[in-house]
Design a protein around this ligand. Sequence first.
Ligand SMILES: [Zn+2]
Length: 178
Amino acid sequence: MSTNRTASEERRAQILELLKHADTPLTGKEIGERTGVSRQIVVGDINLLKAVDEPIVATSRGYMYMNDSEGSGQIERIAVCQHAANQTEEELTIFVDHGVTVKDVRVEHPVYGDLTASIMVANRMEVKEFLDKITASNAVYLSALSDDHTHLHTVMADSEKQLDRAFEALRKAGILVE
Ligand SMILES: [Zn+2]
C-alpha cells in the first residue's frame, strides 16, 4: 500500500494545520491564498474534511477548528428566544456583555425541519462583524425562517452565574421565551 499522499490530500492536511493554529476564523479566500488554490476548491476541501469528522465549523467570519481545549470547562445552555430582526444586535450584545459566547442558532423550518447555523460570537466586535456580514450579503436571519421567529441559541460561558445573569437580562428585555 502506498503511503504517498496526493496533492489534494497534502493540501487538505495543510488546511487543517492552518485552521488548528489560527487565532481567528479564516475565510475561504484567505485559506485559498495561503494554499494557492481558489476559494471554490477550499470549500470542496472543507466539505471533505468535515466528511471525515474533522471538527470544522463555518461561521460568518470564516472557518474555525473546534479544538477540544476550546470548549473545555465551558458550560453550555440553550436559550429559547423570540425577537424582531432589528433586536438581534441587542440580543447578541446582552449575551456577550455577560461573558457568554453564542455558538449557534437553530430554528424549526416548516419544510426543512431543524436548521442550525454557527454564529460563534464572544464579544461586541464579533457581534458587529456578524451583523455587518448579514447586511452586506443581504442574508436573512435564520430566525426569520421559522413560523414565529422563535429560535434556539446554544450558548456557553465559564460559569453558571454568567449564564444566569445573561438569561435574566434577556428576560427583562422580553427576548427570552419561557
Ligand atoms: Zn437570537
